[in-house]
Design a binder for this molecule. Structure first.
Ligand code: PAF
Length: 281
């Protein structure tokens, strides 16, 4: 596996691969790999000839009081995991490589970015769209692979790619969970033992809502009430950021389920902010 740090080298390598008729699959990541990341790389391996993994903690998607500086990092271990999971190239740029000091261009999808996570993280998705655009441009990737855990991110990127005719296909990969149901996340390392013991209740309650839908419930308010009641007794260390029933594609809030619907949430536990979602139908 090659490790590349400059945008120029990344672009030249990918261009050469394209000239040779090879397809390129991109896996954008911020590192500190767990099995969820490994599943993205494994999926990428099945989609094309060359797999590029980017490992970049993107400063522009963190707000001023967020965890950019303390975000967990372990390049050596990550490089070993990427190699084991079939990456041909690991791109690990410094921030100055992707953002010139006078960089003035942003890409955003405002209507879908101001909801859900965007309410408490107002600049987050602008940073995500901008860095993904740079990575799509540099690699000219045929496919880009993202985890379903960040459902809002994926829906926004799909819209961006569609609206701006980016020649890349977004591929989603199912959430990987610990045995007790907690969605794997690099930020789970922030949880204390007590918080970690309660955290699986986030998924259990969402799954309960999914069962209610399977039994005929269609009202978002009934589903949300049931989830909040469960959390009140079983997740006392959790502080609700949001819980919403949304249209799975547009992310618009849904009162009555008539089409593809997803329940999405963010819950703060101590230093961690955990997101999760479940497809309801
Ligand atoms: O999901 C992530 O890890 C990040 O938001 C991404 C897509 C790598 C962009 O920095």
């Amino acid at each position: 596996m090659q490790i590349i740090k400059t945008a120029k080298e990344l672009s030249e390598t990918c261009r050469q691969w394209h000239r040779e008729g090879k397809s390129v699959v991109l896996v954008p990541t911020m590192g500190y790999y767990h099995e969820g990341h490994a599943s993205l790389m494994d999926k990428a391996r099945t989609l094309g000839d060359k797999v590029v993994v980017s490992l970049f903690v993107n400063p522009t998607q963190f707000g001023p009081n967020e965890d950019y500086a303390s975000y967990p990092r372990d390049l050596e271990r990550d490089a070993a995991i990427a190699g084991e999971h079939g990456a041909d190239l690991l791109f690990t740029p410094e921030p100055s490589e992707l953002y010139a000091p006078d960089a003035a261009t942003w890409v955003e999808v405002p209507e879908m970015s101001n909801l859900l996570c965007g309410i408490t993280r107002p600049i987050h998705f602008r940073g995500v769209c901008t860095v993904c655009t740079k990575l799509f441009m540099l690699t000219q990737a045929d496919y880009a692979v993202f985890g379903d855990k960040d459902w809002q991110q994926q829906a926004i990127l799909r819209r961006m790619v569609r609206d701006l005719f980016y020649p890349v296909q977004i591929v989603g990969v199912p959430i990987v969970r610990a045995e007790d149901g907690l969605a794997l996340s690099s930020r789970n390392v922030y949880l204390t033992e007590e918080e970690r013991a309660q955290a699986p209740e986030i998924h259990r309650a969402l799954d309960y809502a999914r069962t209610m839908v399977a039994h005929g419930e269609t009202k978002a308010s009934a589903l949300k009430d049931a989830v909040l009641r469960r959390w009140a007794s079983k997740l006392p260390l959790g502080r609700l950021d949001y819980l919403q029933v949304i249209d799975s594609n547009s992310l618009a809030q849904v009162d009555e389920i008539t089409g593809p619907a997803t329940m999405a949430c963010a819950v703060k536990m101590g230093k961690a902010r955990l997101i999760d979602n479940i497809r309801l139908n």
